[in-house]
Design a protein around this ligand. Structure first.
Ligand code: BGC
Length: 789
């Protein structure tokens, strides 16, 4: 079957509502097959294959029976266009809209996210999509990031682990993923060309890490290179990022796909390690550039061959997946989406406790907010899914709880006009007469979008004023928020209960009901810090960009690392989330008090459900380096487990820590280093609710080369017992002039002013005892030595 017949067949099967396959199962793949195909390809065909055919597919080459693959957004549902050459905005095929990534992250549940991935992969297969464009593991550097709803967390470890689980789930269905947007793509403003000016240590510890974890643990079929520049180089053209890090350091086996229209110089991209330009360009102009570059010798054909080989492997692999017909399972996935959304819901505050609302005494609930009838459930931009159905809270409450409660509704605000305050009074009066007020507030769709950063973290003025007015009249006010990232809550002290419901997908309304009415005990925890004010946030002074430069001035102190270091109290801290039950922590145990960096440290802790309701707790483990040679965050997340416990039940949770969990990235040495010294192991229920801690001593066995340059200070050598003798050998005469007659040279007291001078100046200070070459030789000699950090 050639590619065209395949498409036709697929279209016919869609109409019949059954799975249409890209089946070229007969096309199987092997290294021999790829080598054979490559040997038969012309230069023109090779160039064709390294650019898309159209909006969503790769170029099929019918002469050689090379099929294509179909890609689609991503990440929280399929945005599958009607055909590969149409964009699919508005006319995309119906697909389940799951909660967006910030909600998924709040579950802290890798098994659940793997299942979401499996459901997405399943639907992708049913819709004939071979590669899903997600997940997005960019770090939430500022709550203003326009795409924060599409990303998991401010923490690299959590983002990486959740990303890996998602990829595992999708790929187990024989559908590929595209891990995006690689890398340091943290502003939407000027996203096509802004330069992320991020220092090497920060890039490695914060921004590369989620990609590294996901690549090492889950091998996505592809990685999507970002639009922006990083340290001055476009993401699609950086050999450092695409070849050295991704391929050589992390062992990436897939292909690098450009973000849509991210390519500036295709030839440069291929040289750097990019594989596929997306989407295809009209007139094949960029293909011609590749052909010309090979002909002129500017691009080595062997390099192009290696790129083509990698693409063929993915294309053939995607098409070799067994063609098992499958339904999209929309009803089943709707129920699953509700379950996922309910696991994400994060109970921020519950004084009283006001929640859950239980009983069948027909208490009167004032249901307030247009979101109750017109829910907000996803973000704006390329990730927009067209769900087959969307639940609304009003209907769900009527259908499922109508016999137990009397519910009366007032809109309270208009989603079309966020400074229309005319509906507040009616809503406040309704609240005053009710037993409890349930206010559904949050961010309207236009507040959170790809391509635009937020300007502030406030709710619409009408929502804030409404909440104040309701709280003034009804002491039992519950605020339920719908938003994709952190918001300010000036009324936080005036309401007893706050529920963060995120962007919960098509079935999010049911999930809210499940938590509010106690069918589900909330277990979500914040994967991002909620600040009191925008001014408290890490990137406040440097967001978004200035003259095209995004200055990462907060360095490694992103998210809770910043609030800890600056001793700023957040509104709600990273990792926070309440339950309808209580958990107690006991018996923190370490497998050893002293370890080497080659050992695995096992940490165990017992968690008990000491309340009377079944519930789930996210147990979090953080590590503190107590004596680092560089400035390190007060604590860093290094493990988490979500455990479900019946009342009275207890469970021992186990973590394993190894070298990397203690390490920092040394810019000087260009590598991760776990230094000898004491580390504190903290276990708790949030980053600010540490319940137990213990100390372990690490002895490093790493051998690290000294790294000096001619600009290293005299002091660095003089104060080092291993290097001081070499310095004495280098400038004995000068040192002799610094001591009294007969005094040993190592006792010389060198003035601070001189100690702080770089070695390059010592030919002058020593009045010519050494020359510039001898300084260089001395540096080289020291650099050849190793030490244990
Ligand atoms: C977005 C990607 C998306 C792609 C295809 C780009 O503008 O940045 O996230 O996958 O478009 O829609």
């Amino acid at each position: 079957m050639n590619a065209r017949t395949r498409l036709l067949t697929a279209a016919m099967l869609f109409v019949a509502g059954v799975w249409a396959t890209h089946s070229q199962a007969e096309s199987g793949w092997s290294d021999e097959k790829i080598a054979e195909l490559l040997s038969r390809m012309t230069l023109e065909e090779k160039a064709l294959l390294t650019s898309g055919r159209d909006a969503w597919s790769t170029q099929p080459i019918e002469r050689l029976d090379i099929p294509y693959i179909w890609m689609a957004d991503g990440p929280h549902g399929l945005r599958r266009a009607p055909s590969t050459d149409t964009w699919g905005y508005g006319d995309q095929l119906p697909a389940t809209c799951f909660p967006t990534a910030s909600a998924l992250a709040a579950t802290w549940d890798t098994a659940l996210i793997r299942d979401v991935g499996a459901a997405l992969g399943h639907e992708a297969g049913a819709l004939g999509v071979n590669m899903l464009l997600g997940p997005g593991v960019n770090i939430k550097r500022s709550p203003l990031g326009g795409r924060n709803f599409e990303y998991f967390s401010e923490d690299p470890y959590l983002s990486g682990k959740l990303g890996a689980a998602y990829i595992d789930g999708v790929q187990a269905q024989g559908v590929g993923t595209s891990l995006k947007h690689y890398v340091a793509n943290n502003v939407e403003t000027e996203r096509m060309w802004a330069n992320s000016a991020v220092d090497e240590r920060t890039l490695n510890e914060i921004y590369f890490t989620p990609f590294e974890i996901a690549v090492r643990e889950a091998q996505p079929w592809s990685v999507m290179a970002c639009y922006n520049r990083v340290q001055g180089v476009y993401g699609t053209q950086s050999p450092d990022m695409l070849t050295r890090k991704l391929k050589q350091d992390w062992g990436f086996e897939g292909i690098v796909v450009s973000d849509w229209d991210a390519v500036i110089d295709r030839v440069e991209g291929i040289r750097a390690g990019m594989h596929l330009e997306m989407p295809g360009k009209p007139g094949h102009l960029t293909n011609q550039m590749v052909i010309d570059a090979v002909k002129s010798g500017e691009l080595d054909e062997a390099r192009l061959d290696s790129v083509v080989r990698d693409i063929l492997r993915i294309v053939l692999r995607a098409n070799a997946v067994a063609a098992s017909p499958r339904e999209q399972n929309l009803d089943e996935h709707h129920d699953f989406a509700r379950k996922v959304a309910s696991e994400a819901i994060t109970l921020l505050k519950n004084d009283g406790p006001v929640l859950p609302l239980t009983g069948n005494d027909r208490r009167k609930i004032a249901l307030i907010g247009e979101f109750a009838v017109n829910p907000r459930y996803q973000g704006n931009g390329s990730s927009e899914v067209r769900p087959p159905r969307v639940d609304n809270f009003m209907d769900i409450v009527g259908q499922e709880y109508g016999n137990d409660f009397v519910v009366e509704y007032a809109p309270g605000y208009s989603l079309a006009d966020d400074v229309d305050f005319s509906m507040i009074e009616e809503a406040a009066n309704l609240a005053a007469e009710a037993d409890v007020a349930l206010v559904l507030a949050g961010l309207p769709l236009q507040y959170e979008s790809e391509g635009i950063d937020r300007l502030h973290i406030d709710l619409p003025p009408s929502h804030n004023r409404l909440i104040e007015a309701i709280a003034a009249k009804q002491p039992s006010t519950v605020v339920v928020l719908t938003n994709g990232s952190a918001v300010a809550m000036p009324w936080v002290d005036r309401v007893p209960a706050i529920v963060e419901a995120w962007l919960g997908g098509q079935a999010g309304a049911g999930a809210i009901a499940d938590v509010v009415f106690g069918k589900v005990n909330p277990s979500g925890k914040l994967a991002e810090t909620f600040p009191v004010r925008l001014e408290d946030t890490p990137a406040f002074l440097n967001f978004p960009a200035e003259d095209g430069e995004v200055i990462y001035g907060e360095r490694i102190f992103v998210g809770y690392r910043w609030y800890d270091e600056r001793k700023i109290a957040p509104l709600f801290p990273f990792g926070h989330g309440l339950s309808y039950t209580e958990f107690t922590y006991s018996d923190l145990g370490l497998s050893a008090e002293r370890i080497s960096d080659e050992d695995v440290l096992t940490v165990t802790v017992t968690v008990s459900n000491s309340g009377d309701t079944a519930g789930k707790e996210v147990v979090q483990l953080y590590v503190t380096d107590l004596a680092a040679s560089v400035r390190r965050p007060e604590k860093e997340l290094r493990g988490f487990h979500k455990v479900g416990l019946e009342p009275g039940e207890k469970r021992t949770v186990r973590f394993e820590l190894s070298e990397r969990d203690f390490a920092h990235y040394s810019t000087r040495h260009g590598r991760w280093i776990a230094e000898s010294g004491d580390f504190r192991i903290l276990v708790g229920a949030s980053s600010r609710d540490i319940r137990l801690q213990q100390t372990v001593t690490l002895q490093s066995t790493q051998k690290v080369n000294y790294q000096f340059s001619e600009y290293s200070f005299f002091r660095e050598f003089w104060s080092n017992p291993e290097l001081q003798p070499l310095l004495i050998e280098l400038v004995p005469k000068w040192l002799a002039s610094q001591v009294s007659e007969g005094q040993p040279l190592e006792e010389a007291v060198i003035h601070d002013f001189i100690q702080d001078q770089p070695m390059i100046k010592f030919p002058y200070f020593t009045a010519g005892e050494i020359d510039a070459d001898q300084v260089k030789a001395f540096i080289a000699r020291c650099n050849g030595m190793t030490y244990t950090p």
